[in-house]
Design a protein. Structure first.
Length: 569
């Protein structure tokens, strides 16, 4: 069970009650003691290895205060939060503040709360730029959506210094859950969409392109706005696909409708046929090299949703809005609950293009006589080097979400990764690849730790996108050569619910099984024994400061295998 701390200047007992079945929750004793708790190095806050700290602040105590007093109070809060950031490497979520004012005022009286709210948000933003593990918990946005009269309860405030209504308590607890899920659970990757009565109103095969409900105004605007939301999701890393019972020609014609926002190029797969949709999703799993749990299925037809739920139990199938005017809000909530990452990376923005290139690789694989020929035809280039500063957040993201190809499923925070990279005897390597179809970006992380004459592979993970291309052998060739002179390379496999595909990886890599203990297997590789090169890679570059430069042809390939000093060839 994850451990979280909830720090606040108001009573949060009822919020904690909503969370204690899912998390161990720490909160300081006493009312509004969070600042002194943060400033106390002996506080339990720093002694219980928290996974995340939430600072939830309410602006009520600043009602109608002189500006100097408001600045003094918020300055104290800022100082405490900055101190917290210096003293712990855990994830830190700081709430935005609703600086509401006494509403008894004339039309012409100045309203200063908007400036105060923006000033506080800018503080969080600046802190997040300095400290990569800090994020805004946007409670103000929740309040705007709900309305103050619904979010707050004067009765709860006067009875127990708790400003939130029952609905407000649920909403705050929900935002904390969403933040924890974004941080510690693998996000869904693909939204599979129906077409008729989902992306537009009506049935394209019966109503024709001029008869479907889709426009910039009136009834059709709800579908266009839904598509706009989906397009924004796509730009932020959500992969879109289509599964529709339709004639392919009719579906293709619909995309030429003048009000269509989404275009065929926005989808990684469009399956418009009369087969069942569960089979279409299973085909996408194979085509995209993803597991069933990566998919969300969106369809207006309850019968179709029921079939997919029954045949693909790990696919998330949300209820479709009965009132299609709610489609834009449905899309926003779906993104928050299923797809939203903690931070947007370049790899997220390129994700659709990355998965689209898989179709070309599949075609090459079908033509290749064997795996070695497939690798040669792809013209793969691999770049393995010590993690750079500009790669830290992406490496942390991979550590948090890689499941299938992850030998130990250890989850490193950003600060923990940085500390590991700086520690004597510990190396953090990142792996990037590209091929004739495009750049796959940073797709792997390997963390090693020197233990006497041996070297432990603490973490070995890769994106599932690059499985099946012998990249693990390339990495192992470089590691064994880099650590020559040591005695053994120690590999560990710790079974998790999703990493069965690599359960025998070390066996396949030529390691010797040393011991088995429940869900853990330990292996070793004799570093005096050379590791065979992989055939067919176009180029492999290994960057390690101080390593001698070596260059030569890859066995069975035409490319170069280069080791470099400080990243310079």
């Amino acid at each position: 069970m994850r451990r979280i701390a909830l720090l606040s200047n108001v009573t949060v007992d009822f919020i904690i009650a909503k969370l204690i079945k899912e998390y161990h929750v720490y909160s300081p004793d006493g009312f509004d003691t969070w600042v002194s708790d943060v400033m106390d190095p002996s506080s339990r806050l720093y002694g219980e290895n928290m996974d995340a700290v939430f600072v939830l602040l309410d602006g009520r105590e600043l009602w109608d205060r002189p500006q100097e007093e408001i600045q003094k109070r918020t300055g104290l809060w800022e100082a405490a939060i900055e101190a917290l950031g210096r003293q712990t490497d855990t994830l830190l979520f700081v709430s935005t503040i609703d600086f509401r004012e006494n509403r008894i005022r004339a039309f012409g009286e100045r309203q200063g709360h908007f400036r105060q709210m923006d000033s506080w948000y800018q503080f969080i933003w600046r802190l997040s730029q300095k400290r990569g593990n800090t994020y805004a918990l946007d409670i103000v946005e929740v309040i705007v959506d709900m309305g103050r009269n619904h979010f707050y309860s004067s009765k709860m405030w006067y009875m127990g210094s708790m400003p939130y209504s029952k609905a407000g308590i649920e909403a705050v607890a929900g935002e904390i859950r969403l933040a924890m899920e974004a941080a510690f659970t693998s996000r869904r990757k693909v939204a599979v969409l129906d077409l008729d009565n989902t992306l537009w109103g009506g049935v394209i095969g019966e109503d024709g392109i001029d008869g479907i409900v889709l426009s910039e105004h009136n009834e059709g605007a709800r579908y266009q706005d839904f598509q706009r939301c989906l397009l924004e999701m796509k730009k932020r890393g959500t992969v879109l696909a289509v599964s529709s019972k339709n004639n392919g020609e009719d579906a293709e014609a619909a995309f030429r409708h003048p009000a269509m926002v989404l275009k065929p190029g926005d989808f990684v797969s469009i399956k418009a046929n009369w087969g069942d949709k569960a089979s279409s999703i299973k085909e996408m799993e194979e085509e995209l090299n993803l597991t069933e749990g990566s998919f969300v299925f969106i369809d207006d037809n309850p019968m179709e949703r029921e079939v997919v739920s029954g045949q693909c139990p790990e696919v998330f199938v949300p209820e479709f809005p009965k009132d299609t005017a709610q489609l834009p809000e449905f899309a926003k909530e779906l993104y928050k609950s299923c797809f939203r990452p903690l931070r947007l990376m370049d790899e997220d923005r390129k994700k659709t293009e990355m998965y689209q290139s898989e179709a070309g690789r599949k075609e090459v694989r079908a033509r290749a006589l064997d795996l070695d020929e497939y690798i040669r035809m792809l013209k793969i280039k691999a770049d393995i080097h010590l993690m750079r500063e500009d790669e830290e957040e992406r490496a942390c993201q991979l550590c948090g979400k890689a499941n299938q190809f992850n030998l130990t499923t250890k989850r490193y925070s950003l600060r923990e990764l940085q500390q590991a990279a700086a520690a004597n005897g510990t190396d953090v390597f990142t792996v990037s690849t590209s091929d004739k179809f495009g750049d796959s970006g940073l797709i792997g992380v390997v963390i090693t730790k020197v233990q006497g004459q041996d070297v432990l592979i603490d973490t070995f993970l890769m994106s599932c996108r690059v499985m099946g291309r012998k990249l693990e052998h390339v990495i192992m060739h470089e590691l064994t050569k880099h650590y020559r002179g040591r005695k053994q390379l120690i590999g560990v496999y710790e079974r998790s619910p999703k990493n069965a595909p690599v359960g025998d990886l070390y066996d396949r890599l030529g390691f010797s099984l040393v011991q088995v203990r429940e869900e853990r297997k330990e292996y070793s590789y004799d570093l005096s024994k050379p590791y065979p090169k992989v055939t067919g890679y176009e180029e492999v570059i290994f960057h390690v400061p101080g390593r001698e430069k070596e260059e030569g042809c890859l066995e069975g390939g035409n490319g170069k295998w280069t080791s470099t000093i400080s990243g310079m060839q």
